[in-house]
Ligand binder design. Sequence first.
Ligand code: ZN
Length: 294
Amino acid sequence: MVVTKKTKTAAKKKCNKCAVEYRIDTGFYKIAQTDANFPDGYVNVCRTCMKEEWEDEYSGFENFVDFLRVANLPYKKDLYNNSKDKPNYIRSLRNKAYMNLRHKDSDPMVEEKGEIQVRTNNLKELSAEQMEECALFWGKGYDEEEYIYMMSEYEKYTRNYVIDSPVMEALVSKIIQTDLKIRRANESGQDASKDIKTYQELLNSAHLKPSQEKAAAENDANTFGTFIKNIEDNEPIAAPLPQFQDVDGLTKFVRAFFTAPMAKSIGVDNPFPDEYKEAMEELSISMEEAEGES
Ligand SMILES: [Zn+2]
């Protein structure tokens, strides 16, 4: 008897996903009801792989609900929200209050699905605050879907064109609004030719620069001053090479003919004796030279 039990608990199987072998009872999640698809009573993907699927930023919750469906476990909103994590939630389902519940007893999952859609970046609805912002920017008289359309269009324009002034912003928003008007007219079978004309005129006056020119346009705005500032800020100028140092000999001139005599006149030690001596020798005549020449 003992032996049978031991072999049973130590039974192992390979995960269908990562192919790692785990003990069935500790490595896999148990399903709530006997199911011919899962003869050993456990799902075929290991806990580690499951956890990974559930932690997916976008589809994590849906993956988790899929698991609950397969394992025939209920989704209970309050318990789920109060659980530290998803494995914790599954453990909590063993409590008396939940142990007899099956997937059909789940709470509605609509709210969570709504959340997922926002998180997956498919902007489907706007908050009250966003609606207000949109009404301020685009004006009233549009519905939620239209605001979303206009916002995504505006984003496309900012990505592809240089929109760098309030005038450009206004023009682009008018272009998009006119575009929406044309769409509305087309959908309801009305004549849109007047709006199309306005649309073209707006496009002309906006004189949109494609993004390839964007970088160039930005560079044009850099003045010589900003160029110098850039050098000063980012590339401090190194000391000149010896051959470019004091090409006119001004430093030497000042030291020999100004600083050194000045120091002497006020009774201070000559700070540049060598330079002074050199300059003086060059310009004065020795007794020998004077005698030899005369
Ligand atoms: Zn696995």
